[in-house]
Write a protein of this length. Structure first.
Length: 312
């Protein structure tokens, strides 16, 4: 009697990430499009939405402006066993002195850089990613008794999920060069701060400012004009609500765990904005902005454009 086929176990993020969406997936689920061809995520971060959707995807294009983060995903996809081997060494040697030694190191090979990134992510304060103006990671060590630095099974599952993807170090505006009306784009930018101290917008040395939020809205609008299904997450504030007036705005209850002050962690309202109606708002009065359509390149040419841009 043949053995039953092994059950496919879905993956999940292997990195901690400020603003990660792992706890919000259940609330997001009703808003995902039922059918689409290619999935785009221009602010990849921890990739919670990608990993949730991975079993449904034929192909995905994942982007982030942080080249070190992109290197991590590429190495996990292509050389996961080498990454696991290096992380195992970090696991064995972990202590305060070792943490700061690794933080100060400048690894030369992609695999060692990827393993260093994951190690620091698993052991730094609050899982925070922050760079100084020189582009150097500068977060102190966290107070963890026994951090799980090398989760080999999770990394292998992530590698499988990442196989049908293109992973590119690109700014979010590059999505305009490729997405068509058959595709779904999820935008998860650094959130607009709701107060002077409520959040930070610079995960790297490249701060995400108000002008960037306005540029992102233009990208959202242009994609919508093409018929691309677009979904965006951001903070619940007057500026963002005004910026996306005319689109479908939904309120989500989030729990924020990454904050420098423990008393400021907890429930907070966020916005989920879609370019398309969903079952939950099919009778809502809001309507999608009517924008003129633009010509869209073919699938082959749009992927070629991204690859050429990445190589430039």
């Amino acid at each position: 009697m043949p053995l039953p086929a092994p059950q496919i176990v879905p993956s999940r993020p292997f990195l901690k990430w400020a603003g990660g969406k792992g706890q919000l997936i259940a609330q997001y689920e009703p808003y995902f499009p039922a059918n689409f061809k290619t999935y785009y995520e221009p602010f990849l971060g921890g990739g919670a939405v990608f990993f949730h959707l991975a079993q449904r995807l034929d192909t995905a294009i994942l982007m982030d402006i942080n080249p070190e983060l992109i290197n991590v995903y590429c190495c996990v996809r292509e050389q996961v066993e080498a990454v696991i081997e290096q992380l195992s060494r970090y696991q064995q040697n972990h202590c305060k002195d070792h943490y700061y030694q690794v933080r100060a190191s400048l690894e030369s090979t992609p695999v060692k850089r990827a393993a260093r990134f994951i190690y620091l992510n698993k052991t730094c304060y609050n899982g925070l990613y922050r760079e100084n103006l020189k582009g150097q990671f500068n977060v102190p060590m966290g107070r963890y008794k026994n951090p799980k630095i090398c989760d080999a099974d999770l990394l292998r599952r992530a590698a499988i999920a990442l196989r049908p993807t293109q992973i590119l170090a690109q700014p979010f505006s590059q999505v305009l060069n490729c997405a068509t009306d058959e595709d779904f784009v999820y935008l998860d930018p650094p959130y607009h701060p709701i107060s002077a101290t409520s959040s930070f917008t610079a995960y790297s040395r490249h701060a995400f400012k108000k002008a960037d939020q306005e540029k992102l809205q233009q990208v959202f609008s242009q994609l919508t004009a093409r018929g691309v299904r677009v979904m965006l997450s951001n903070s619940d504030c007057a500026f963002i609500r005004s910026l996306y007036q005319g689109f479908y705005i939904h309120r989500i209850q989030a729990s924020r765990s990454i904050n420098t002050k423990a008393q400021q962690r907890g429930q907070i309202s966020e916005l989920l904005i879609t370019s398309y109606p969903t079952d939950s708002n099919s009778t809502a009065s809001a309507c999608r902005q009517q924008l003129s359509c633009q010509p869209v390149p073919s699938t082959r040419s749009r992927l070629y454009s991204l690859t050429q841009a990445a190589a430039a």
